[in-house]
Design a protein around this ligand. Structure first.
Ligand SMILES: [Mg+2]
Length: 170
């Protein structure tokens, strides 16, 4: 028994992409994201973040700092009745200065590794799943994984989802 998921890119979809955001005080929600997450929580679709975090390989911040940011995010979402069911991240980047993370990874979008792993670990139906991302590589990762990708280029992601995504689910 598998179920569909909502995959979300992080930077540019959940938070405004100020560039390598890694501190809660710099974390600014994309308008409408809490409503979007809450909606899919209510549908019992797992909401799964899939995020390239090459800032770790570039030495801008540590995995621990990223996890602390995500813990603060989850706590804040909980206060608003919303929940992320899982966060998959890729800290690797070939040629980056932090040796431990200097490698090609099948997880780095546009490669689909994070989606495939989430499907395996969470029992997801990729063909019924959707991804919302703000970059071409997000959409490619979704397509290679067999899911449907939606490129968000607007301002309010809940307005976008209601206009473009939800009608596709019926
Ligand atoms: Mg993005």
């Amino acid at each position: 028994m598998t179920r569909p998921a909502l995959f979300l890119d992080r930077d540019g979809v959940i938070n405004v992409d100020h560039g390598y955001v890694h501190r809660w005080e710099d974390f600014e929600y994309v308008p409408g994201i809490v409503e979007l997450i809450r909606h899919f929580n209510g549908l019992d679709w797992p909401v799964v973040v899939v995020t390239n975090q090459s800032g770790i390989a570039r030495g801008y911040y540590s995995e621990e700092q990223m996890h602390a940011l995500h813990a603060a995010l989850q706590a804040d979402l909980a206060q608003q009745g919303a929940r992320l069911d899982a966060v998959y991240f890729c800290p690797y980047l070939k040629g980056a200065p932090v040796a431990a993370y200097d490698r090609n990874s099948p997880d780095r979008k546009p490669k689909p590794g994070m989606l495939l792993r989430a499907a395996r670990e969470m029992g997801l139906d990729l063909a019924a799943s959707i991804l919302i991302g703000d970059g071409e590589r997000d959409i490619i990762a979704a397509q290679v994984a067999g899911a449907r990708g939606f490129l968000f280029k607007g301002v309010n992601v809940w307005d976008f989802a209601r206009a473009r995504v939800l009608p596709e689910l019926t």
